[in-house]
Design a protein around this ligand. Structure first.
Ligand code: NAD
Length: 488
């Protein structure tokens, strides 16, 4: 049930060296409820001294304790964290619903998947090890050790705060590293409660630290800190490039999970109801604020009008509303800035003559007036070169682009600086296989929505990122390989 007891009464703290703390500078900032536009809570704002204290605590925890623990001990603590989070599921679900604006039924469902991810990492991490290599000399053994890096800085976006933090954090810890997390300054509340769960699970002080505040100060201080060996970042491509440049100064290792502009490619033999359902769920589930969302709808010219009409009809049934209502399928955007960005792109598409169609009229809905709601919009006359077909808009906005044949579909799909995800709908298995090879994309689904799965590697091609998260690859990326030539 929704109760304000899920919110803390005071200012939300930092977590440094096993203690919830305020900042040495005494600053805090407001976070909003996007469905009302009102202030939801105050959060402690870290400064450079707090970031330094968090990184030093993580380094001490690494040197004195965490690097010496066995994989089994670490996995046990991960499972305790999963239990502590499970006990807080309802509170965490409400915090994300109020802070992100995602409907309550969806925040609850997302948290369940997140707990599965912890179990997966806790299980497989115990099997990670080095290799021995054949050498001709019987007196020599050549083998590799997989070692942790040390302190890893984790920087997160606002769209799925807790699940993205957990999917980064678990492999970092399982591989023997310690962590300093910087949550998004727009949606930090559930990450503060992750801190409470970390304390309850009994992690040694300093193994996981959490700081809050703007990217330009707190995020940058974390990236530039000399004791941080590795950065794991999820966010926009422009920020990712800035972090990559800064990390290069000290050859820091980076994982970058960045933006997308994913194609949904619908061939003329496809199940059109299925294709329309995939298109629809991608831009309504988190109000289109999903990195993998298929926002470029590449449709064979013979069926373009039929598909568009099906989509128009389907949109009529989407329930846009307040996120606390269990009937709501689509809530507001996360912030006023995001609302203005989406509205700006709708204007750009109008100027480009992409023909924006508003698919639900929200203007008479008094209960939505103060929140950051935007009506789902479809550009029905798109072309690949248009700005609305190239830029990540991050809202419930899609563009229909007709194609002539398979080669044309491949050309348009690959005509993008992004390469995060893509979906192909066809009943022709051989064609589906050819498309898998031809697309310059990191995550492909055939006749199914893109679903991020705990045991499969996830990451983008081209400007959508560098490295993989999830699956065994994510654990391996958090280790460095040391080769040993051992003579007896
Ligand atoms: P953003 O890049 O604005 O911010 C992300 C984080 O980086 C925030 O915590 C921010 O404070 C911090 N930051 C900003 N400037 C920084 C700097 N100079 N140094 C260090 N940190 C800095 O992104 P956002 O608006 O929060 O999130 C939306 C973006 O995230 C979209 O582009 C979306 O596609 C992307 N995203 C990608 C994935 C993926 O897996 N590929 C998943 C979710 C979101």
């Amino acid at each position: 049930m929704q109760t304000s007891s899920h919110l803390r009464t005071g200012t939300y703290p930092l977590l440094i060296d096993g203690q919830e703390r305020s900042s040495s500078a005494g600053q805090h900032f407001d976070v909003d409820n996007p469905s009302t536009g009102r202030v939801l809570a105050q959060v402690t704002q870290a400064d450079a001294n707090d970031v330094d204290a968090a990184v030093r605590a993580a380094q001490t925890a690494f040197d004195t304790h965490w690097r010496h623990t066995s994989a089994r001990q670490r996995s046990r603590l991960l499972r305790k964290l999963a239990d502590a989070l499970e006990r807080r599921t309802e509170q965490l679900a409400w915090l994300e619903t109020w802070n992100v604006g995602r409907p309550i039924t969806l925040t609850r469902a997302t948290l369940g998947t997140m707990l599965d991810g912890i179990d997966y990492v806790a299980g497989v991490a115990q099997g990670i090890g080095g290799q021995t290599h054949n050498v001709a000399d019987t007196h020599i053994v050549n083998f590799t050790l997989r070692e942790p890096y040390g302190v890893v800085g984790l920087i997160l976006p606002w769209n799925y705060p807790l699940t993205l933090t957990i999917s980064k954090l678990m492999p970092v810890l399982a591989a023997g590293n310690t962590a300093v997390i910087k949550a998004s300054e727009i949606t930090p509340l559930s990450t503060v409660e992750l801190g409470a769960a970390i304390l309850e699970a009994g992690f040694p002080p300093g193994v996981i630290n959490i700081v809050h505040g703007p990217g330009a100060t707190v995020g940058q201080a974390l990236v530039e800190h000399p004791l941080v060996e590795r950065i794991s970042f999820t966010g926009g491509t422009a920020t990712g490039k800035a972090i990559y440049r800064s990390a290069a100064e000290r050859i820091k290792r980076v994982t970058l999970e960045l933006g997308g502009k994913s194609p949904l490619i619908v061939f003329d033999d496809a199940d059109l109801d299925l294709a329309a359902a995939i298109a629809l769920q991608d831009v309504t589930k988190n109000s289109g604020q999903i990195c993998v969302a298929c926002t470029r709808l590449l449709v064979h010219e013979r069926i373009a009008e039929a598909f568009t009409e099906r989509l128009r009809q389907a949109y009529q049934h989407i329930r846009v509303g307040l996120p606390e209502d269990p009937q709501t399928q689509m809530g507001p955007l996360v912030s006023r800035a995001q609302l203005e960005r989406v509205q700006r792109y709708i204007d750009i598409g109008r100027d480009e003559q992409a023909n924006p169609e508003v698919l639900q009229d929200l203007s008479g809905r008094a209960e939505l007036r103060n929140g950051y709601f935007v009506a789902p919009t479809l550009f029905t006359q798109g072309r690949s070169g248009m700005q609305v077909a190239q830029d990540e808009i991050f809202g419930p906005v899609q563009v229909v682009i007709p194609f002539r044949d398979e080669a044309d579909a491949v050309r348009i799909a690959n005509d993008s600086r992004h390469g995060l995800a893509g979906v192909v709908c066809t009943r022709d298995g051989a064609r589906a296989m050819r498309m898998c090879h031809a697309l310059q994309i990191g995550n492909i689904a055939i006749n199914d929505p893109i679903k991020v799965s705990v045991d499969a590697p996830f990451g983008g091609f081209k400007e959508s990122g560098l490295g993989k998260e999830r699956g065994i690859d994510a654990i391996l990326e958090n280790t460095q390989v040391k080769n040993v030539r051992f003579s007896m």
